[in-house]
Design a protein around this ligand. Structure first.
Ligand SMILES: CC(C)(COP(=O)(O)OP(=O)(O)OC[C@H]1O[C@@H](n2cnc3c(N)ncnc32)[C@H](O)[C@@H]1OP(=O)(O)O)[C@@H](O)C(=O)NCCC(=O)NCCS
Length: 327
């Protein structure tokens, strides 16, 4: 009997071009010390002109399939979490399906901002356990650099481009996604948004001139609600799975700000040695942070088969979620 969905392989793609804090100090009134102290970020990677989210997503997806030993034809569902799609229509997932030659796969995007990959873990698990799908390629991919106001020092220092992916398949041996919790609060919609370009404020010369196609965030409020919702999500998912925090080998939090991660770790009772962090090198890559972190943690030997891993994220929506995986 299928009881869960196991992660069969992971992959990641980071564009080669590096943008350091010193580079940003040439664009806006900022400095390395402020950025490192307030966020923990030292550098981020940015795509070249002409590259889009589906390009990074396909690279990460291909690596995950190779590491899983799964052919593209064997995938029957592609779920792609992003807030920076190639275009409004068609979905980025369909573009990735074509790029990978995954011709038997259904393909759909999901938008839960930085929580997108954790939402995707829940949906992928549901599809596999119900028998709707056997092999799911779940990708978190972002090219947020196209949606950042490069003259606004309060946001442009935070984000980076990346993609991460995981192949999930049926598991009956206790491995896989043991449980998830998801949440949302649309009353906080205005805390993180890109106001124009949709049906509410279609693109026009005025919306472009008013810079309403870029990511805006109310940093202080996002900080506080992020700490609160991630701490609660960790407690809730542990309870749902009947596990104690001491049993978790590694906490993999959304990489937005090292102070947010520190506050969540402290409130949730995790020593920092058990908390994965790589945002110093990549910044906040939104839906890509968790799959990139899972991939790096495995490659670095920080998670081994049988280990319990807890992922937790929050983001625009507002949305949040946590998942426990037996690796
Ligand atoms: C954005 C964030 C780093 C700001 O840190 P903060 O400690 O709250 O700083 P504040 O916004 O209070 O700004 C403090 C001062 O630094 C200034 N400042 C802001 N950005 C700066 C920068 N890049 N360089 C230098 N100074 C900066 C502000 O203008 C402000 O100056 P003032 O005191 O003269 O008004 C922090 O709130 C954060 O990380 N929030 C969450 C953001 C996030 O993760 N969003 C994505 C959600 S997934």
């Amino acid at each position: 009997m299928i009881r869960s969905a196991a992660i069969l392989g992971t992959g990641m793609a980071i564009p080669p071009r590096v943008l350091t804090n010193a580079d940003l100090a040439k664009l806006v009134d900022t400095n390395d010390e402020w950025i490192v102290q307030r966020t923990g970020i030292r550098e981020r990677h940015i795509v070249e002109n002409g590259q889009a989210t589906s390009d990074l997503a396909a690279l990460a997806g291909r690596q995950a399939l190779e590491r899983a030993g799964v052919s593209p034809e064997a995938v029957d569902l592609i779920l792609l979490a992003t807030l920076s799609p190639d275009m409004l229509c068609p979905s980025t997932a369909c573009l990735v399906q074509a790029a990978l030659g995954a011709r038997n796969a259904a393909a759909v995007d999901l938008e839960a901002a930085c929580s997108g990959f954790v939402y995707g873990l829940s949906l992928a698990r549901g599809a596999i356990v119900s028998g709707e799908a056997k092999t799911v390629l779940l990708i978190g991919a972002e090219v947020t650099s196209r949606f950042v106001d490069w003259t606004d020092r309060t946001t442009c220092v935070l984000f980076g481009d990346a993609a991460g992916a995981a192949v999930l398949g049926p598991s009956a041996n206790g491995r896989g996604v043991l449980g998830t919790v998801l949440g949302a609060d649309g009353n906080g919609a205005s805390l993180i948004d890109v106001p124009a370009g949709g049906s509410r404020e279609p693109a026009s010369a005025e919306t472009v001139a008013a810079k309403r196609h870029v990511l805006r965030l109310k940093g202080g409020d996002v900080f506080k609600s992020g700490v609160r919702s991630m701490t609660q999500a960790v407690a809730d998912v542990l309870k749902k799975c009947g596990l104690a925090k001491e049993e978790i080998a590694l906490l993999v939090p959304h990489q937005a700000n090292s102070r947010i991660i520190g506050a969540v770790a402290e409130a949730a009772g995790f020593p920092l040695e058990k908390v994965f962090q790589n945002l110093d090198r990549y910044g906040n890559t939104s839906a890509a942070t968790i799959p990139v972190a899972l991939h790096e943690a495995e490659v670095q030997g920080r998670i081994k088969p049988g280990d319990l891993v807890c992922c937790v994220a929050f983001g625009g929506g507002l949305t949040w979620g946590a998942a426990i995986i037996r690796w």
